[in-house]
Design a protein. Structure first.
Length: 233
């Protein structure tokens, strides 16, 4: 039976190499995350075209919240690890994409098209950031390299935000904070795995939430850029 382990302040800055089993766990988590992202994007696109009703999206959202609460109290049981956690993760991915997509149907066609393009572009940018971090996670057992991926992508995105997007400074700060969450959650995932706690779907869920946060902040930048374009016309 797995034992619980706390993430101490010191462990966040632990740069020791990770074991082979932990590296395999990290690879599995990012694979699950990629599947969830693709699933969420597919449901978003289908819902934006009206193929998924809003009622179904809201039902999935409520169901995912109920399963998440249930899994908090039963996280170390076999049923939760092998059945509840996977269902909860994919329900979250589905409800997130379907809820946002179905909300576009209620908007005017012009505004919905602009917002849809912004969300798609934001998701692509955010996914590119995660992909770069994933590459570091797949190819190395050195924690420094994994965090170097997070830090370098944060710096690159910040520069793009300033010189290319020319967006709101608060949104830039939000992106950096989101990437810091990614660093901490990645370290927490590694720390748990090094102590014998393997929760791939729970770890993937936390990273998925980080991805959503970063996507939202990038969307703010793109929307501010769109407003500037309208003012200059």
């Amino acid at each position: 039976m797995m034992e619980t382990t706390n993430l101490s302040f010191q462990s966040i800055f632990n740069m020791n190499d990770i074991s082979k089993s932990t590296q395999e766990h990290v690879t599995k988590v990012y694979t699950i995350l990629a599947q969830g992202c693709l699933f969420s994007f597919a449901t978003f696109y289908a819902a934006s075209l009206g193929y998924i009703p809003a009622s179904l999206a809201y039902f999935a959202l409520i169901a995912s919240l109920i399963l998440e609460i249930y899994s908090i109290f039963t996280r170390h049981t076999k049923t939760t690890r092998e059945i509840i956690s996977p269902i909860s993760f994919y329900l979250t991915a589905f409800s997130m994409g379907a809820t946002i997509g179905s909300s576009l149907v209620l908007m005017s066609s012009g505004d919905a098209l602009v917002l849809k393009n912004i969300l798609i572009n934001s998701f692509i940018y955010a996914s590119a950031l995660f992909a770069s971090v994933s590459i570091f996670a797949f190819l190395t057992v050195n924690r420094r390299m994994i965090y170097a991926g997070c830090v370098s992508t944060a710096l690159i995105l910040s520069l793009l935000s300033i010189f290319f997007f020319k967006g709101d400074f608060r949104a830039i700060i939000g992106i950096v904070i989101g990437l810091l969450y990614l660093v901490v959650d990645t370290q927490k995932m590694v720390h748990k795995a090094e102590n014998g706690m393997y929760e791939p779907y729970l770890d993937a869920r936390e990273l998925f939430v980080d991805l959503v946060k970063i996507t939202i902040e990038i969307s703010k930048l793109l929307m501010s850029q769109e407003k500037e374009k309208k003012k200059n016309k």
